[in-house]
Design a protein around this ligand. Structure first.
Ligand SMILES: Cc1cc2nc3c(=O)[nH]c(=O)nc-3n(C[C@H](O)[C@H](O)[C@H](O)COP(=O)(O)OP(=O)(O)OC[C@H]3O[C@@H](n4cnc5c(N)ncnc54)[C@H](O)[C@@H]3O)c2cc1C
Length: 466
């Protein structure tokens, strides 16, 4: 096994012995070495600047572009590196671990946008958005709606209509990583003439057509990722900027947005946990207590902390890489172009929910434990551990939040996937019957009158039945 380098020196954190390298090809290991080198030379120093000054990590993203990473999973025929889901997991983890977590999250959202376009590639979309990626063109995913919080699949403050052979799109997003800095935004809105909130469509909006207020962004961690609100105000776009057919939004979520985002973000949370274990190794092996003649790393308590952190984090990494492998198998190493209606990654979506929960939960715990292991020194900013800790805290609250994921998995396990009812469309007869039981005869009559009145109003606006 080669030695992990940090510039000309041996890396001061965990060696390659502790990386699950059997998931990686030789080329992916080389890509990782390139990334570690970029982190050592420039990206890690820029992370501090981004965090201190709320600075967008533009230079770090340019560096990734210069080395082909902005088109990592794009087929070589379109100028990409032609890599797979495992390579994507490795890349996100490596940037967050050795370099800059804000950059890593901007990268996740960028690749999410690229992958959403590549689910339904057209010559026009490829020419305009995919081929220029190597020149540093940057995308993002703008989904979360101010009215529906972390239920980012439910865009009530948005819409689109057919207009002049193209579309007129309006979108309000409460959070958008790279908001105000990206060159293109993949957004989801209700479809033109939509029939319900499961009828969604996906559009690409150019950066110039997006109103953003980056100045509003100020957060605990990931301070460089600039996830402020954005607005697309009835912008006219050509017809070839729709991604997939009208009404493809739900399929696009299950097949592209969620699988790629969940692999990428879970890898960022794993990278942050690892980054704090690396820092803990550096500190505890160097710090001595002269009274007892021991280094901090010599105390069994500290070894116990680190041992548990390594095992839990590697369990999470192995889980993420194995789900990435499942996506690779289902898509012939990310080479299959799926027909509308065909599924591959979507068949494993419930596994992707689980990796995000496990990785975010683990990193929130490990960063705390590594802070304890390093003592008061880690509370100071110069050790960098506190930045990792603040960055990692975003894992739990980013949608789908860990509370929502527990709900999804528990409910789907007990009651079946159809019970999830993402768009609030299934009538819950049990709940209604239970509430009606509580009413006396007057209450029931009052409710019946209200319902009849509502039914008449609805009938007037419902489309005529065939
Ligand atoms: C650093 C960062 C970057 C982001 N970048 C992007 C981006 O690029 N694009 C994008 O679209 N969005 C982005 N987001 C938004 C993110 O995905 C969520 O939408 C956002 O974090 C939700 O915040 P909220 O205050 O609306 O949470 P709320 O949804 O109001 O949640 C509040 C609490 O309620 C809980 N809760 C919510 N729903 C349920 C439920 N059904 N069952 C049980 N509990 C529930 C939550 O878990 C949480 O504990 C980003 C967020 C962060 C923190």
């Amino acid at each position: 096994m080669s030695e992990k380098k940090w510039g000309d020196e041996e890396f001061w954190g965990l060696t390659y012995d502790w990386d699950p390298d059997w998931f990686l090809t030789d080329r992916q290991k080389e890509l990782r070495e390139t990334l570690i080198e970029l982190c050592e030379k420039e990206m890690r120093a820029n992370a501090k600047r981004s965090d201190d000054e709320l600075l967008y990590p533009r230079r770090n993203l340019e560096l990734l572009g210069e080395h082909g990473f902005l088109a990592l999973t794009v087929p070589e025929e379109y100028g990409g590196l032609g890599e797979n889901h495992v390579a994507f997991a490795m890349t996100c983890e490596t940037i967050a671990r050795y370099g800059c977590a804000s950059t890593a999250m901007c990268y996740v959202m960028h690749m999410g946008a690229v992958s959403t376009i590549m689910l339904r590639p057209t010559p026009e979309l490829i020419e305009k958005y995919i081929r220029p990626l190597n020149s540093g063109k940057l995308g993002t995913l703008s989904y979360s709606d101010p009215e529906t919080g972390s239920h980012f699949w439910y865009p009530v403050s948005s819409g689109a209509e057919k207009h002049n052979g193209g579309y007129k799109v309006r979108k309000k997003a409460s959070w958008t990583t790279s908001g105000g800095f990206a060159d293109f935004y993949v957004v989801q809105t209700t479809s033109p003439d939509f029939t319900g909130y499961d009828d969604l469509s996906v559009f690409v909006i150019d950066g110039d057509d997006v109103q953003a207020q980056p100045a509003l962004w100020d957060a605990l961690g990931l301070r460089g990722n600039q996830s402020g609100p954005i607005e697309v105000d009835n912008v006219e776009i050509p017809g070839d900027q729709v991604v997939g057919p009208i009404g493809d939004g739900a399929a696009s979520n299950d097949e592209a947005v969620d699988p790629w985002f969940l692999i990428g973000s879970s890898s960022v949370w794993n990278g942050l946990a690892l980054g704090t274990i690396d820092i803990a190794k550096r500190h505890t092996t160097r710090k001595r207590h002269v009274d007892v003649g021991m280094r901090v790393a010599d105390y069994p308590t500290i070894q116990d902390y680190v041992g548990e952190a390594v095992m839990d984090t590697n369990a999470s990494r192995a889980f993420v890489f194995s789900v990435a492998e499942a996506f690779d198998k289902a898509t012939d190493d990310n080479t299959r172009v799926l027909e509308v209606g065909e599924t591959a990654r979507a068949d494993y979506l419930h596994w992707a929910w689980q990796i995000k929960f496990v990785a975010a939960k683990n990193s929130a715990h490990v960063v705390d434990k590594m802070l304890h292991a390093c003592g008061g020194s880690s509370y100071k900013r110069d050790m960098e551990l506190e930045r990792y800790l603040r960055d990692a805290k975003a894992g739990w609250v980013m949608g789908p939040t860990n509370e929502v994921l527990r709900q999804f998995v528990g409910k789907a396990t007990l009651l079946g996937f159809e019970s999830l009812d993402y768009w609030n469309q299934t009538y819950n007869n049990r709940a209604v019957e239970n509430e009606i039981k509580k009413l006396d005869s007057d209450g029931k009559r009052e409710l019946a009158a209200e319902l009849l009145e509502q039914a008449e109003k609805d009938e007037a606006t419902e489309p005529a039945k065939a």
